[in-house]
Design a protein around this ligand. Structure first.
Ligand code: 13P
Length: 245
């Protein structure tokens, strides 16, 4: 059995005053059944790591550069995230692919950097609405995943997040059967790359996960957790999702 992972992606949200949500979360979740991760903006990582000391959750980044250091103004390396106390990083989120033109080939280099720094790499894939309507979902996410994995990477340091682009922030989700089918397809892609070790890899679902639908989604076959955006910002909502795992 894979232990579930519930990860919160704060995206470009969060000021010092919002750290109180993490204190509240700490008080609200007791000893959860799942692994818990919060990925705040980089400016809050070190302070959140202090709040997370002795708590049942870890802190992660939302992106990293592929190089360990160098002349890359504005970027943050995986080594820097680890140095700040992060233990994981989200890579290849559709918002980075769209806003910053990130390709799967670039994502693969970032995954390699994250693993080099000892971070869990959460690799995101997802189809657009047009791709789904054209019946191309499995083909698109499978190709994204294959191209986002660096050669020779150790699968134990990897997780995958399936996030349909059209479900992010929209309040819409695929049906349970549709989610399960994509997770099955992604598992087959992982098995083709990693063999039996693919069985131990977690595949999360993301896109409009809320307290009201979390239990149903998390109970689907092949769903090993959730990557939560908007509903991870408030302790009450995120704690309710964690309780559903
Ligand atoms: P929402 O939960 O706000 O739809 O965001 C999902 C997401 O993009 C998490 O990475």
């Amino acid at each position: 059995m894979r232990r579930k992972l519930i990860a919160g992606n704060w995206k470009m949200n969060g000021l010092s005053r919002d750290l109180v949500e993490v204190e509240r979360l700490r008080g609200a979740i007791g000893q959860p059944e799942a692994d818990i991760l919060i990925c705040p903006p980089a400016t809050l990582i070190a302070r959140m790591v202090r709040i997370a000391e002795g708590a049942p959750f870890a802190i992660g980044g939302q992106d990293c550069h592929w190089a360990p250091a160098g002349a890359h103004t504005g970027d943050i390396s995986a080594r820097m995230l680890a140095d700040a106390g992060a233990t994981a990083v989200i890579l290849g989120h559709s918002e980075r692919r769209a806003d910053h033109g990130e390709t799967s080939e670039l994502v693969a280099r970032k995954v390699a950097a994250a693993r080099q720094a000892g971070l869990l790499a959460i690799v995101c894939v997802g189809e657009t609405e047009a791709e789904r309507d054209a019946g191309r979902t499995l083909e698109v996410v499978g190709a994204q995943l294959r191209a986002s994995l660096p050669p020779g990477v150790d699968p134990r340091g990897l997780a995958v997040a399936y996030e349909p682009v059209w479900a992010i922030g929209s309040g819409r989700t695929p049906t349970g059967a549709e989610i399960a089918a994509v997770h099955e397809g992604l598992r087959a892609t992982l098995a083709a790359s990693f063999g039996p070790a693919a069985e131990g890899m977690r595949i999360l679902y993301g896109g409009s996960v809320k307290p009201g639908n979390a239990a149903e989604i998390l109970a689907l076959p092949g769903v090993d957790g959730a990557l939560v955006g908007g509903a991870s910002l408030r302790a009450e909502d995120f704690a309710a999702i964690i309780a559903a795992a």
